[in-house]
Design a protein around this ligand. Structure first.
Ligand SMILES: Cc1ncc(COP(=O)(O)O)c(C=O)c1O
Length: 400
């Protein structure tokens, strides 16, 4: 993104920026999600509902465009590059310069797949239960002679020993979901990162089911690349996302799509010199989704106000409550839950010979939203949900 050519502006003062901390906590956050008044929305691992904060931040930005057109463009760029990326970085333990705005998780994964310098005979390790975003971009490398080695899940888990056993001197990269979409299995990121560093294998994470659900501190765990869309646990608008590129790994990636924002030449459009700007902003080839990014910023400010650790704990307690109530009514929990380190905000469950699609449909009619994944029902409460949503779900399940 273009970093500001600073301007003196005498324009109507539509405020386009808002840096004030939000007066929000776990006690009052439910109020900014109007959906909670009508539905028990337990499908945040799919698409989260919009909060009033996100909506007004987007409106804020668009009001500036309405009143001032392009006039504050340099200021928007500067604000997004410094303040907004700074807040995203504060949430995940990254530097602002390690963050690029993308439109979804898939775009970040594709940037890695198409940006690395592959050699015939290289191999990539992938769990065999990944969401397809983290599969197709690697399959496409077959024509360059890159092999996929599948890590077979055991009872829904991806075991460290199985990953290690597949690594050899031609293993370039391990790409995996930090939390699995189908059953909520949470990977031990510190252990995976340590293994990759020891074996000199790059680590690429699909973190869309992690960020906003589980706290993350990339300052403590070495990850080379990480991507997540904003529209699930992050509670940001559809069409927004973050690609994190560790500053130590940035030169390993040749940006697969280049444009006028890949370079750092301000308004000097006609120089035609393709030298990449420093930092991950080089992966934003052109104008980014500012209205969505303003909404994403409101979501980040919400996470920072509530705090990611408190959010994670609240989610864990609602999920445990749900697991207990379900088990007491004869439901079988599919999600790995033998030890605390492997649980997340996603919970999958079923019963023998159940028509899960039919159940999900009638739950939806009863105002309870959940998903069907891998033949089971899946709930994904965020920190704005509470036990009353689970009580409503249980009541609806009883009458299915
Ligand atoms: C683990 C995982 N990765 C990727 C995606 C797709 O995300 P996006 O639309 O942001 O590319 C999903 C969506 O369900 C997912 O669960």
């Amino acid at each position: 993104m273009l970093v500001a050519e600073k301007q003196e502006l005498s324009l109507p003062l539509t405020p386009f920026r808002d840096d004030s901390p939000l007066d929000l906590s776990l006690e009052n956050v439910r109020e900014v999600f109007p959906i909670t008044r009508s539905r028990a929305y337990l499908n945040n691992a799919s698409i989260a509902p919009a909060s009033t904060l996100v909506m007004s931040a987007m409106d804020h930005f668009m009001s500036d465009v309405r009143d001032n057109g392009r006039n504050r463009y340099p200021l928007w760029c500067d604000y997004a590059e410094t303040a907004i990326k700074g807040r995203v970085g504060a949430m995940i333990g990254a530097k602002a310069s390690e963050i690029a705005f993308v439109k979804n998780t898939t775009e970040g994964l594709v940037t890695v797949a198409n940006g690395l310098d592959w050699r015939k005979g290289d191999n990539v390790l992938l769990p065999d239960i990944e969401y397809p975003s983290n599969v197709y971009c690697w399959m496409k490398l077959a024509k360059l002679g890159v092999e996929i080695r599948w890590i077979k899940a055991r009872n829904g888990r991806i075991e460290l020993d199985d990953i290690a056993a597949l690594m050899d001197s031609r293993t370039r990269l391990l790409s995996l979901s930090a939390v699995q979409f189908s059953n909520g299995f949470k990977q031990d990121l510190a252990a995976v990162s340590e293994l990759c560093s020891k074996k000199k294998v790059l680590l690429n994470l699909d973190a869309i089911q992690w960020v906003g659900n589980q706290a993350l501190n990339l300052a403590e765990i070495h990850v080379d690349f990480l991507s997540f869309g904003g529209h699930k646990w992050f509670l940001a608008p559809i069409g927004t996302g973050i690609f994190y590129c560790n500053e130590k790994s940035i030169d390993l990636l040749d940006p697969p799509s280049v444009g006028y924002h890949t370079v750092d030449r301000g308004e000097a459009h006609m120089d035609y010199i393709l030298d990449y700007r420093p930092g991950a902003a080089r992966f934003e080839e052109a104008l980014v989704n500012f209205p969505g990014i303003w909404g994403l910023d409101a979501a980040v400010r919400m996470h920072l106000a509530v705090t990611p650790i408190a959010a994670q704990e609240k989610i864990a307690s609602v999920v445990s409550y749900a697991a207990e109530r379900l088990q007491s009514r004869g439901w079988r929990i599919i999600s790995p839950r033998s030890h605390p380190g492997e649980t997340s905000g996603l919970l999958s469950f079923t019963k023998e010979s159940l028509d899960v699609e039919k159940v999900a449909k009638s739950m939806n009619s009863a105002g309870v939203d959940l998903a069907v994944r891998a033949g089971a029902l899946r709930i994904s409460p965020s920190f704005y949900n509470d036990e009353s949503d689970i009580d409503r779900m249980m009541a609806a399940l009883e009458s299915c």
